[in-house]
Design a binder for this molecule. Sequence first.
Ligand SMILES: [Zn+2]
Ligand SMILES: [Zn+2]
Length: 282
Amino acid sequence: MIDYHIHPEYSIDAKGSVHDYCNEALERGIGELCFTTHLDLDPRRDDCYVRVTEKTVRSNSSVWFEDYESTIRRAADEFIEKNLVVRMGVEVDLYPGVVEDLPEAFHSTDFDLIIGSIHLLDHLAISVKEESQRFFTKHSLEDLAERYYGLLLEMLDTGFFNILGHLDIYRRYGEEYYGAKIHRIWEPHIKDLVKKMKHHDVGFEINTSSWRQGLSEPMPETLLIDQFVKRGIENVTVGSDSHNPTTLGAGIQRAYEILHKVGLQEITTYLHKKPTRKRMAT
Ligand SMILES: [Zn+2]
Ligand SMILES: [Zn+2]
């Protein structure tokens, strides 16, 4: 089993050291981890920070990248002897202009995986309850779809990330606000989306955190996973989006079952941003 979306304590909203997570993975029989701390850079927000050696620093400062990389590579060397593979990734928040805001140290760091995730629309976090309501009250469901998928297509053209994170995150709070129609808003965009994903060799993840938040489906939901697989997207990772070692690996088995159901037998792992597909092992 793998868990390819994990926030160690470098993320200001997370608990648990890299070492804690690795020990937990051994306990839980997980064979491969990829750490994916947040890289939030929107200059219009006041929450773009990273925690390093118990200090909080701005995400775009170069001081934390080296510490992050060496800590994870050290853990990788230590835990490979215990049959745990440890990779170093990052979850970059996608917004218009993000590429220009990526710090120099980002480009010189040898990440294994870059997840690109939308959290913000109009600088408001649709992934957070109160802020999402502020966005929703000003926008129809059609607007939301245009804005979200429009941004996703624009971001895909930047070609700097490997995996789309929690693809239909707008359902987290939008399902309750807009109702069942929200399940289909991807329909007009799926063709372009798949085309660009293939062109830039971008896959998607199954993010299992929505199950812990009371939704009945992972992100993206089964309907959309099925569409991607049918349309020939082959690179798929799975991740718990844990912000605490206590949820490491949560829902991964269920995500594997969905992939089997839609006819995919392989899971993708990344090393130096290069994908390798292997048969799903439980
Ligand atoms: Zn995220
Ligand atoms: Zn995350």
